[in-house]
Design a binder for this molecule. Structure first.
Ligand SMILES: [Zn+2]
Length: 419
């Protein structure tokens, strides 16, 4: 271990590191990849107890030191050796070690902040790779900061003017979390594990009765539980059946028809039709506006299979409704669509016709408040990405915090209006 004592150099490094009331005493070691500094207090001040958080003037019991990592200098990792005093804590009568506000466990606070900034834009695994930290260390720092920020920033819950509520599966076998998005602010403002009425009730409870009654419009998937919670707590809110969900109901119905007909075609050994209906072709059926080549395939479909063709036309017809300018025009279009779907005799679509008839007011409310669902869709995609990240989020609490970190109130980039 080389030891250097150059007062000029140490003064410069001290200024560079800029630690509160600490100066560099020695450069303990310098390698290709790291520099190790021994630091000590500039002015002796009474220690702050790590157990009770107050200053004690009791005599120092002993002095030890810890090694902490700081931000890199010139692409070298920086390690600081920091002396720490032990003292008698009058609160609990035990020997306790002192704490420094600029340290966070085995890291400087600014290093931990760096970890947090990285985990806010990328996966924990990638942040760890970048900073030479193992997954467990990244997890501990990230979670620690998230929990601290959560206690400051998640309450009181801000009242949205317009909001959307949606559930996401976070594990197989019916485990869900519910997220509430402030549509204007474009962020998740509240989330909780579970779904349905009792979960959304908890949101309104957190918001309070008065605030809940000021919400202007709410977009949701039209599920019973959410509807009854909204009716009970946010009586003044216009309920809009989410654009995105309406379209996904439609795609599901179309896919059901496709699968049924594919099964039938295979059974009948109708290879032309089976080939057309094979899942590789599925994307064509899902697209709103087919190209000429795809149109050709659709024409073949029209000849070969009536049910799928009809289903496809029903889908196209439905998408037309959303191009209407007024609620009235949309209402006429929806009425015609429901009749056509009924008459098709295709079970998946007669069911859908019934559903859309029941929920028609919510579908048409979109033409009164064009709550854009692109935001929740964008957020849902981010959440899906989060789920794919390392740490499978076996712990739902951490998953909820990560959602806030990436798309909600704990995102350090949220001051930027547009991402
Ligand atoms: Zn104490």
């Amino acid at each position: 271990m080389t030891e250097r004592r150059n007062p000029m150099q140490l003064k410069t490094i001290t200024e560079l590191l800029h630690l509160p009331n600490f100066q560099v005493e020695k450069v303990l070691e310098q390698t290709e990849t790291a520099i190790h500094f021994y630091v000590d207090m500039i002015e002796s001040v009474a220690p702050v107890c790590s157990a009770c958080g107050t200053v004690h003037h009791s005599p120092v019991h002993s002095v030890g030191w810890i090694r902490v990592e700081d931000l890199p200098l010139s692409d070298k990792r920086v390690f600081l050796y920091v002396p720490k005093r032990k003292l008698h804590c009058p609160q609990d009568g035990r020997i306790r070690v002192e704490q420094f506000s600029w340290l966070r466990g085995r890291f400087t606070s600014r290093f931990a902040d760096q970890v947090y900034r990285l985990t806010s834009i990328t996966t924990n695994a990638e942040a760890g790779w970048y900073l030479h930290l193992d997954d467990e260390t990244v997890y501990r720092i990230d979670r620690g900061i998230l929990e601290e920020l959560a206690s400051e920033k998640l309450f009181p819950v801000p009242t949205p003017a317009t909001m959307s509520v949606d559930e996401v599966a976070w594990q197989k076998w019916h485990k869900y979390v519910t997220n509430v998005v402030d549509i204007e602010q474009r962020k998740v403002i509240w989330n909780h594990h579970g779904r349905g009425k009792s979960t959304l009730d908890a949101f309104f409870k957190a918001l309070g009765k008065d605030n809940s009654s000021t919400i202007d419009a709410i977009a949701c998937d039209g599920a019973k539980g959410f509807l009854s919670s909204i009716r009970q707590h946010a009586q003044n809110a216009l309920i809009v059946l989410d654009h995105f969900h309406v379209k996904s109901y439609l795609n599901d119905a179309l896919d059901t028809v496709r699968k049924e007909q594919l099964k039938k075609a295979r059974k009948d050994k109708n290879t032309d039709l089976a080939d057309l209906l094979h899942c590789r072709k599925k994307f064509i059926l899902m697209q709103g506006r087919p190209s000429d080549r795809q149109r050709n395939i659709l024409d073949q479909l029209a000849e070969l299979n009536d049910a799928v063709y009809k289903a496809m036309l029903l889908k196209e017809q439905f998408l037309e409704i959303y191009r209407a300018d007024t609620r009235k025009a949309a209402s006429i279009g929806l009425g015609q669509w429901i009749t056509a779907a009924w008459r098709s005799g295709i079970p998946a679509f007669t069911e859908l016709a019934e559903k859309f008839h029941r929920k028609r007011h919510f579908i048409l409310n979109y033409f009164l408040r064009k709550i854009t669902t692109a935001i929740s869709e964008g957020i849902n995609n981010k959440i899906k990405r989060l789920k794919r990240m390392a740490y499978g989020y076996k712990d739902v609490h951490y998953f909820l915090l990560k959602i806030h970190q990436h798309c909600g109130l704990l995102n350090p980039r949220l001051q930027l209006k547009y991402e």
